[in-house]
Design a protein around this ligand. Structure first.
Ligand SMILES: Cc1ncc(COP(=O)(O)O)c(C=O)c1O
Length: 384
């Protein structure tokens, strides 16, 4: 792998894996499926003993992930939820976490229905409001986890300010960076301690891989999370590590196109009479429009919009042809989601209503297709 930091991150991504096989000079990263490794002698190791603990293909990926986020340690998991679950195992009975209320429903579900049984307490607050975060801190609080932009309402949290609050109260600061990727936003450099990703999304980018990532700013915390990863075993298999490295090579290209398409679609949606509200931080009207520019180099390619009725939302989902009605996001293919029923179905109805995640709200993950084709599909789906 080209590990000279003199080159840009885009270049390092394209070059990832080159040179990792000294014997053959393979350009494509070799896949090492071996579950176990022969020891040269008693008490000696090649550095690889057992694949749950360490694997050469995963090692290249994990080094790349740490490099991408500017962290000390990267860890690759079998899914974003596996990464989050491992992260939550870092906490103990009686600890309290503060999380964004505009959060992926699966993160809420694992805490609400599983970790609550082990007395891990949670508060969900509007993390775009610093006072609301401050008011939720108790003597038991150990960490703050934000998704920014939020999911599905794209609220923006002030990463630098929350990092300051965390330092003051000695809390861990965790950022779910799935929506923007380290090419657009690097939370560790803004003061976060841990970044988490569903690599199923932009990092994988083709809707053909399920993976998760944790990256820590410092080595000690990385070692503690590695201990949990190795002890509980939710590792990403070598074949999928290879696929993720392969996918990351084109992340910059994909993202550039997706962001451009999203900006055009958001602007177009503003002019459609059936659309009541658009949630996209790239629009000047978005409340986080200034803030996101201070902490990220792009607005991403996720947008949500509320239609004039739940019937209209169903009509759009039934009529779209090119865009697929499916969960997930971040891939080259555009996907449209009904968050109230799909990604956020486990959030109690009352809470969803309070947040505005109603059945007239659709979330669009903008892909790499020709934007005119996407606009034509949306137009025919929206029409009376
Ligand atoms: C922001 C965010 N974080 C975490 C996850 C969980 O990741 P996975 O589906 O890869 O387990 C998701 C999944 O949609 C997500 O959108």
């Amino acid at each position: 792998m080209n590990d000279t930091k003199q080159t840009s991150l885009e270049t390092r991504l394209v070059q990832a894996g080159i040179g990792s096989d000294k014997r053959t000079g393979a350009i494509s990263l070799p896949i090492h499926p071996s579950a176990t490794y022969r020891h040269p002698a008693v008490g000696e190791s090649t550095g690889y003993d057992y694949t749950r603990s360490n694997n050469p293909t995963r090692e290249v990926l994990e080094t790349l992930l740490a490099d991408m986020e500017g962290g000390a340690r990267g860890l690759a998991f079998a899914s974003g939820m596996a990464a989050l679950t491992t992260l939550f195992l870092h906490f103990s009975r009686g600890d309290h976490l503060i999380l964004s209320e505009d959060l992926y429903g699966g993160t809420y579900r694992v805490l609400d229905q599983i970790f609550s049984r082990f007395d891990l307490a949670t508060s969900y607050v509007d993390t775009s409001n610093l006072n609301a975060i401050g008011a939720a801190i108790t003597p038991q609080t150990r960490a703050i986890l934000v998704e920014t932009p939020g999911n599905p309402l794209l609220g923006i949290a002030d990463i630098r300010a929350i990092a300051g609050l965390c330092r003051k109260h000695q809390l861990l600061f965790i950022v779910d960076n799935t929506f923007l990727t380290p090419l657009l936003q690097r939370p560790l450099e803004l003061g976060a301690d841990i970044v988490i990703h569903s690599a199923t999304k932009y990092l994988g980018g083709h809707n053909d891989l399920c993976a998760g990532v944790l990256v820590t700013r410092d080595e000690k915390l990385g070692e503690e999370l590695y201990f949990l990863q190795n002890s509980t075993g939710p590792i990403l298999p070598p074949q999928d590590c290879w696929l993720l490295v392969r996918s990351l090579k084109t992340l910059a290209l994909r993202l550039e196109r997706q962001c451009r398409n999203a900006q055009i679609i958001a602007t177009w949606l503003q002019q459609q009479p059936q659309v009541e509200t658009i949630y996209f931080p790239g629009l000047p009207e978005h409340p986080g429009h200034q803030l996101i520019q201070q902490q990220a180099s792009g607005f991403g390619a996720m947008l949500s919009f509320r239609l004039d009725s739940p019937q209209r939302a169903r009509q759009v989902l039934e009529r779209i042809k090119l865009i697929s009605f499916a969960e997930s996001l971040g891939g080259v293919e555009s996907l449209l989601t009904l968050p109230a029923v799909q990604t956020h179905g486990d959030i109690p109805e009352e809470e969803r209503q309070r947040l505005g995640i109603c059945e007239a709200l659709l979330r669009l993950s903008v892909g790499c297709e020709d934007v005119d084709d996407l606009l034509a599909d949306l137009q025919q789906a929206l029409g009376n």
